[in-house]
Design a protein around this ligand. Structure first.
Ligand code: 4AD
Length: 435
């Protein structure tokens, strides 16, 4: 009778202790002596060690193990054992190796490499521990986003990516030719989400956003993913309450589902957990300016915050903090005028602590047809492109609010990664279009 050998994935090793299994895997690294070969294996679900003992296997198997090169692929066969010395907790005692694909001169060797090199090789670098853990957490945030908004009664509404409008300003636009017309890659799905909110009450868009950012900061991509909920009949307070519950939910899901990945990245889980406590503090832009001035920042009322200011403000509260009611002059045309003040709008940015910067930008939307028309003209945005948007104020306009969460900013915050390029599979930045 032939033995039936289960084909398993490394992540499920715990369920097969004492059993002989087959696993499709790649070789990450290898060390050994004349008597033993230790194969560091990965299969896309986890990492663990395969042990080949010369005394226990045929000469051919031991020779194969010794000859294996970094990133060659294979089926390994053997018995799963508990292994208290490794953080994963299990290993496989290999008795047979079927090589599938050889690999020669794999460029990302175990030594230290510079970031530019690693991102030139991003198609291969994806296989390594840091990208693995970071992008698995990104995936949890994506799934948790759908879960949260479904639970809250939202529908997902897909906004177009080729548009004629530039609601977030005209300085950072990617232009493209659209059969002889000028078109842009979308900076935001918001205006379409507003149309959706008037049809479905609560909607969210989730897609790429494009900004021709010439700045080379560690917080900016030229192509990033944004989640933009839009809610009819929500004022700013209702929106802020939703935002903080959403962010807290995202962090809780990662703590629940990515314990191993957070450990691989060395993220402080207790600190992360402290960010799930609600509510998040709210301070006005005016108060933020005062606080900064009291702490020797050279800022005047009316400026936008840079990275040092954002870092100081969120660290001051040791939590994500909402800064509300920014100067009208530095914000987008659609934001609602403050009922008592000419110079500020009913907006809010959510700043993350530890230097991760702004993760959410949002506002209540102005509902007045004439005011918005004037603002569009004043900003030189071209009324023709916005007539459809103005229709939303003509036919049963209602108070509404919305916000945009930058997925990669959230990923860096949760994972503790220094640079936003780690937070997306194939980053696009001013000097990076490939691979
Ligand atoms: O504050 P922003 O520009 O807001 C909007 O686009 C609104 N339409 C959102 C809305 O109200 N529906 O961008 C929202 C978020 C920022 O807080 C940040 O997290 C992220 O998008 N973001 C970027 N992320 C990476 N690279 C960039 N260049 C980004 N620009 C904005």
């Amino acid at each position: 009778m032939t033995e039936t050998i289960p084909t398993i994935q490394i992540k499920d090793a715990a369920k097969y202790v004492g059993q002989r299994v087959k696993i499709g895997a790649w070789l990450r690294q290898k060390r050994g002596s004349g008597k033993m070969a230790f194969l560091q294996l990965r299969d896309g679900t986890a990492f663990f060690q395969g042990v080949v003992a010369k005394a226990d296997v045929s000469e051919e198997v031991f020779e194969t193990a010794k000859e294996l090169k970094q990133e060659s692929s294979m089926y390994v066969y053997g018995v799963i054992h508990a292994d208290d010395r490794s953080s994963f907790g299990y290993e496989i005692k290999i008795d047979r190796i079927d090589v599938i694909g050889e690999s020669h001169d794999y460029p990302i060797t175990p030594k230290e490499h510079g970031t530019d090199f690693l991102f030139d090789e991003r198609h291969l670098y994806l296989r390594h521990i840091k990208p693995f853990a970071t992008l698995k957490i990104r995936n949890t945030l994506i799934a948790a986003t759908y879960e949260f908004f479904n639970k809250e009664g939202f529908i997902k509404l897909d906004a177009p990516l080729l548009t004629g409008s530039a609601p977030e300003g005209t300085t950072e636009l990617f232009e493209t030719d659209y059969f002889g017309q000028e078109a842009y890659l979308s900076q935001t799905g918001q205006l379409y989400a507003e149309a959706g909110a008037m049809a479905f009450s609560k909607v969210f868009t989730f897609g790429p956003a494009f900004r021709a950012e010439k700045s080379k900061t560690r917080r900016h991509l030229t192509e990033f993913w944004m989640i933009e909920p839009e809610m009819a009949f929500f004022d700013q307070d209702a929106s802020l309450e939703l935002q903080e519950r959403y962010v807290s939910f995202l962090i809780e899901k990662v703590l629940e589902q990515n314990d191993q990945e957070l450990d691989l990245l060395g993220r402080d889980k207790e600190l992360l957990r402290s960010y799930t406590q609600l509510p998040f503090p709210r301070i006005s832009y005016d108060e933020a300016i005062q606080l900064l001035q009291d702490n020797d920042f050279d800022v005047e009322w009316g400026v936008d915050f840079g990275s040092p200011e954002e870092t100081f403000l969120a660290n001051h509260f040791s939590k994500p903090v909402f800064i509300v009611n920014f100067p009208k002059a530095i914000k987008a045309f659609y934001m609602k005028r403050h009922p008592e003040r000419e110079d500020v709008v009913v907006s809010a940015d959510l700043l993350a602590p530890e230097g991760y910067g702004e993760i959410i930008g949002g506002s209540e939307r102005d509902t007045d047809y004439d005011y918005l028309k004037q603002r569009i003209e004043d900003e030189g945005l071209g009324l023709d492109e916005y007539n459809w948007y103005l229709d939303l104020r003509k036919y049963g306009s209602v108070p509404h609010s919305g916000f945009g969460l930058g997925l990669e900013r959230m990923v860096t915050f949760v994972t503790g990664e220094e640079h936003i390029r780690e937070a997306i599979p194939f980053p696009r930045m001013m000097h990076r279009l490939r691979p």
